[in-house]
Write a new protein. Structure first.
Lengths: 481, 95
């Protein structure tokens, strides 16, 4: 049994295709593992009941997968981590879920997340926080914290999540796994519950870069149901690059005065040396506008969210509360009781930024900063192939450490938000371990690599070569200190 | 910075009813966040085009052909109080 779970998703797939691995036995082993969830990582698991009839797989030949609870799944509870959607069973499946089922990947379950993907620690879930498999007093990151925790914690071979400002990459870093945010438009958003539509993107959370490539190859594509989708024209193939010779990696000049932990810095610098060992070249690049990424993001994302979340009004689906015959009263009671504090905060922020008299000062300015950031990257990519940074300013922090300070929580997205605003792909791979600032057992550190729009194949090749060079093999529960 | 009466006004626009406690904490938290965001207020962005969408796409069209959509009973299955094949809501006249 243990051996089956040790296979990567790619190894399992190849063994199933070759007839060396019994798909039913393999999936059953994973269902049993998922049933042992002690991290509060699953909100729903497929136990073969009536409600999972619509997601049955015809030809089981791809490793079973955990799906963030933001993806509409026909007949299966889909909450987006919110009380306002408690008990909701969508009448259709998102394109991402449909593609997984068609490819032959059984759905293991739906993973816990920050409510409507708003958060960087998973503490904003209406259904309780997810625990980090590396330490039960630590957050798994967010918002795709459940998807990262199941992969790192041996409760799923791989998972999908969504990334709006770092929600795949930061939890992947905090849990010591691989997380890829593809180019905006690479994967359909149809049926993916909207947070900030111009930024939201689906992507893989996996043990290895090769698994991420395999999953991306299944998920990517233009979808008539999402007019903003374009897909990856050349498709995606498995990476095999062995060195980094001839490739230039840009380190932002601004990184020198940014605040991030000493341990993270040490792993980052050690990884730069590894890149050079593998034949890559390190160069400095200027990205002067990225320091305003958080400001622009926390205007644009809440503004779009305030509009997207207007649909939760208690009329067509989800929870309805109060009213007593008064429509406005019903709207207000439903929304006030259904949304959690962070979602209310962002709706307020976004509504304020879009309100008469403030639109130009906030939303208008933020959109121009967004242009500047995209231009910065375009200029950097004329000189280098990739831009590299730490994925997050710290390792996983403690549960409750930042819950009283929303701004401190937002600043955790400092390194991941600029790529989201520019719409470019970025991957986080585990690069080493570091002690948290306040002391304690060592925790994983993520290394982020960003590439030009639609440069996924080159990004995966470079990440693969670096992953092999780093050879990160630490696991939660290993003795360390 | 944001004042208490602005918080109440925005809450009304957003169809949120905030408790006294929520109003208090919202004033502090939103002011803190806006204080950070205000850093972009001083940037010279004269002549910079705003970006609302990162991928260059325009006029994504498809043939206007009829095709099946969700059956009525399926679309209504998740409604809190469906009635006579329609979504039912309290009357807007009451206000």
């Amino acid at each position: 049994m243990t051996d089956l779970l040790a296979l990567t998703a790619l190894e399992a797939h190849e063994a199933m295709v070759a007839g060396d691995l019994d798909a039913a036995e393999y999936t059953a082993a994973w269902r049993e593992a998922a049933a042992g969830d002690e991290l509060n990582a699953y909100l729903w698991r497929d136990e073969g009941g009536e409600e999972s009839r619509a997601i049955a797989v015809e030809r089981d030949c791809i490793a079973p997968i955990a799906v963030k609870d933001i993806f509409c799944t026909e007949g299966v509870p889909t909450t987006a981590g919110s009380k306002i959607l408690e008990g909701y069973r969508p009448p259709y499946s998102s394109t991402a879920v449909r593609k997984l089922i068609e490819a032959g990947a059984p759905i293991l379950g739906k993973t816990n997340m920050d409510e409507f993907a708003m958060g960087s620690s998973n503490e904003n879930s209406a259904f309780g926080p997810v625990l980090n498999p590396w330490g039960s007093d630590r957050v798994p990151g967010g918002s795709s914290g459940g998807s990262a925790a199941v992969v790192a914690g041996g409760l799923a071979p791989w998972a999908i999540g969504t990334d709006t400002g770092g929600s795949i990459r930061q939890p992947a870093a905090f849990c010591g796994i691989v997380g890829l945010k593809p180019t905006y438009g690479a994967i359909s958003r149809y049926g993916m519950i909207a947070f900030a539509s111009s930024l939201d993107q689906c992507g893989p959370l996996t043990r290895t870069v090769s698994d991420a490539a395999l999953l991306l190859s299944i998920l990517q594509g233009k979808d008539p149901c999402d007019s903003t989708s374009v897909g990856l024209e050349a498709g995606v193939s498995l990476p095999g690059r062995e060195d980094l010779s001839g490739l230039r990696f840009g380190v932002p000049a601004e990184l020198g005065h940014d605040e991030y932990d000493v341990g993270v810095r040490a792993v980052f610098e050690q990884t730069l040396r590894k890149i050079e060992d593998l034949g890559g070249e390190i160069a400095e690049v200027a990205l002067p506008s990225t320091e305003h990424g958080i400001s622009a993001y926390y205007v644009i994302a809440p503004a779009e969210a305030s509009s997207n979340l207007a649909r939760y009004d208690g009329v067509r689906y989800g929870v309805r509360r109060g009213g007593d015959g008064d429509l406005i009263e019903m709207y207000e009671t439903t929304r006030s009781e259904g949304f959690g504090p962070e979602v209310k905060r962002r709706i307020m922020l976004g509504t304020y930024a879009l309100s008469s008299g403030y639109y130009d000062a906030y939303y208008g300015k933020a959109q121009k900063v967004r242009t500047r950031i995209a231009t910065d990257y375009a200029e950097a990519f004329s000189a280098v192939d990739f831009v590299v940074t730490p994925t997050a300013p710290s390792v996983s922090f403690k549960l409750g450490e930042k819950t009283d300070d929303p701004l401190a929580m937002y600043l955790n997205d400092f390194f991941t938000v600029p790529m989201s605003l520019a719409g470019i792909p970025a991957i986080s791979i585990p690069a080493g371990l570091a002690e948290p600032e306040g002391g304690g057992p060592q925790l994983p550190v993520g290394f982020q690599i960003a590439a030009p729009a639609f440069g996924e194949q080159a990004l995966l090749e470079a990440a693969y070569a670096l992953e092999q060079g780093i050879g990160f093999d630490a696991k939660p529960g290993d003795a360390n200190g | 910075m944001i004042e208490r009466d602005q918080v109440l006004h925005v809450a009304k626009l957003a169809r949120l009813r905030l408790s006294e406690e929520e109003v208090e904490s919202m004033v502090g938290e939103l002011s803190g966040i806006l204080g950070h965001v205000d850093r972009i207020g001083n940037l010279d962005l004269e002549g910079v085009e705003p970006t609302s969408h990162v991928v260059a796409l325009e006029n994504v069209l498809r043939a206007d052909e009829p095709r099946p959509s969700l059956p009525r009973e399926v679309a209504l299955a998740e409604a809190p109080e469906p009635q006579d094949g329609a979504f039912r809501a309290p009357s807007p006249q009451a206000e």
